[in-house]
Ligand binder design. Structure first.
Ligand code: NAD
Ligand code: IPM
Ligand code: MN
Length: 358
C-alpha cells in the first residue's frame, strides 16, 4: 500500500529525531512492502523565520490531505519574545484544532530494561508501570479566549484565559477512554479539579453519566493535585487516566519520567475519523538541540502508533516496538536513559540500531 505522510520536523531537536523516525518507516516499508511517501512542511519557529507566521494555510492543507502527520517539536528561545498569537506553539495548537484532534493518547510504559533509569524505588514500582494518559486535546483553557484586562480589584494590568468544557467534549473523550480501558486492564481514573472549577464539575457529572455505559470498567475520580502525588506514591494503581488538556499535559510529563525519560514517550492525536498526528510528548529541547544526542525513541514509537491507529498495520507497529525493546534489552542507551559510566549513543546511532533490528 501507499501512504502519504505530512512531516513537520519543526524546531530544535525536531529535525534530528524525525529524520531517524522517517528512516525507520522506510525500513518498515521495505520489509513489509509498503511505500511511505513523505511531504515535508514547515510549522513553528522555522515557519516564522521563512513566512513570518508559525502556521500557513498551505501547511494546514497538506496536513489535512495527507493520510497522517508526523511531527517533531516546535518552539525555542529564539521565538520566546514574539507576540503570543505568533508563537511557534500556536502552530501545534492550530494543527490540532484544524484537524479536530480531540483525543491524545500518551502511553507511559516502563521497559523492564530501563528499571535503573526510573527515579522511583523498585519496591514502589513493583511489577512495572504501564498506563495510558488519555488527554483531551482541543478544548480547555488552551482554546479559550486569552486576553488582558484591568484588574477588578484595582491591581492594574491582568492576564486572563477562559477555561471551558462542554458536556459534548467530555462525552466524546470520556467514551474514548472507556473504549481504550476495555482493551487494557479495564480501569479508568478521571482526573479533575471539581472541588474548585466549574469546568471540572461538568467534567465529573458527565463522566458519571457515561460510566454506566461501561459496567465492566472500574471507575474512579481523582483530584489532579492528588493524582500528581499518587503517580509518585503508587504509580501502578493506574491503568487509563482520562483528563483535560491542561492537566493531561502536566501529568503526562510526570508519567514520562517514571518510564526513565521524557525522550521515551510517544503520542497519538486523533479525530473522529481516525485521522491522526503522531509526535513525541516532549518539546524541542533547546538545551541539547544540534548536538545529535537526543533520544529518538519517543518519535520512533509514535510512528508505531501511526501504523497501528491510522493505518491498521498491526504487525508493522509490533515490529517497531519489538525492535526498540530489543535494542534496550541489549543495553543500548542515549544519554537521557544511560546510567553513570554507561556507553552513550548518538541520536543516529540509536536510530541505526533500531533499524538493524527490523
Ligand atoms: P522539552 O520537552 O523540550 O525539554 C525538557 C527537558 O527534557 C530538557 O532538558 C530536554 O533536553 C529534555 N528532553 C526532551 N526531549 C528529549 C529527548 N528526545 N531526548 C533527551 N532529552 C530530551 O521542554 P521545554 O524545555 O519546557 O520546552 C522547550 C520548547 O519546546 C519550548 O519552546 C516549548 O514550548 C516547546 N515544546 C514543544 C512541544 C511540541 O512541539 N510538541 C512540546 C513541549 C514543549
Ligand atoms: C505538548 C506541548 C504543547 C501542549 C505546547 C507546546 C503547546 O507541551 O504537546 O505536550 O501544551 O500541548
Ligand atoms: Mn507538554
Amino acid at each position: 500500500m501507499n501512504y502519504n505522510i505530512a512531516v513537520v520536523k519543526g524546531d530544535g531537536i525536531g529535525p534530528e529525531i524525525v529524520s531517524e523516525a522517517m528512516l525507520v518507516l522506510d525500513k518498515v516499508g521495505e520489509k513489509f512492502g509498503h511505500s511511505f511517501n513523505f511531504q515535508e512542511v514547515l510549522a513553528g519557529g522555522c515557519s516564522i523565520d521563512k513566512n513570518g507566521i508559525p502556521l500557513t494555510e498551505e501547511t494546514i492543507e497538506i496536513c489535512k490531505n495527507a493520510d497522517s502527520v508526523l511531527l517533531g517539536a516546535v518552539g525555542g528561545p529564539k521565538w520566546d519574545e514574539v507576540p503570543s498569537e505568533k508563537r511557534p506553539e500556536k502552530a501545534l495548537l492550530g494543527l490540532r484544532a484544524a484537524l479536530g484532534l480531540f483525543v491524545n493518547l500518551r502511553p507511559a510504559q516502563m521497559h523492564k530494561a530501563l528499571a535503573d533509569a526510573c527515579p522511583i524505588k523498585p519496591e514502589i514500582i513493583g511489577d512495572g508501570f504501564d498506563i495510558l494518559v488519555c488527554r483531551e486535546l482541543t478544548g480547555d483553557v488552551y482554546f479559550g479566549k486569552h486576553y488582558r484586562r484591568e484588574s477588578d480589584k484595582g491591581w492594574g494590568e491582568t492576564g486572563a484565559d477562559d477555561m471551558n468544557y462542554s458536556v459534548y467534549e467530555v462525552e466524546r473523550i470520556g467514551r474514548r477512554a472507556f473504549e481504550m480501558a476495555m482493551k487494557r486492564s479495564k480501569k479508568v481514573c478521571s482526573v479533575d479539579k471539581a472541588n474548585v472549577l466549574e469546568t471540572s464539575r461538568v467534567w465529573r457529572e458527565t463522566m458519571h453519566r457515561i460510566k454506566d455505559e461501561y459496567p465492566e470498567v472500574e471507575y474512579t475520580d481523582m483530584y489532579v493535585d492528588n493524582c500528581a502525588m499518587q503517580l509518585v506514591r503508587n504509580p501502578s494503581q493506574f491503568d487509563v487516566i482520562v483528563t483535560g488538556n491542561l492537566f493531561g499535559d502536566i501529568l503526562s510529563d510526570e508519567a514520562s519520567m517514571i518510564t526513565g525519560s521524557i525522550g521515551m514517550l510517544p503520542s497519538a492525536s486523533m479525530n473522529e475519523s481516525g485521522k491522526g498526528m503522531y509526535e513525541p510528548i516532549h518539546g524541542s529541547a533547546p538545551d541539547i538541540a544540534g548536538k545529535g544526542i537526543a533520544n529518538p525513541i519517543a518519535t520512533i514509537l509514535s510512528c508505531a502508533m501511526m501504523l497501528r491507529y491510522s493505518f491498521g498495520l498491526k504487525a508493522e507497529a509490533d515490529a517497531i516496538e519489538t525492535a526498540v525493546e530489543n535494542v534496550l534489552n541489549a543495553g543500548h542507551r542515549t544519554a537521557d536513559i544511560a546510567a553513570k559510566g554507561e556507553k552513550v549513543l548518538s541520536t543516529s546511532e540509536m536510530g541505526t540500531l533500531i533499524r538493524e533490528q527490523l
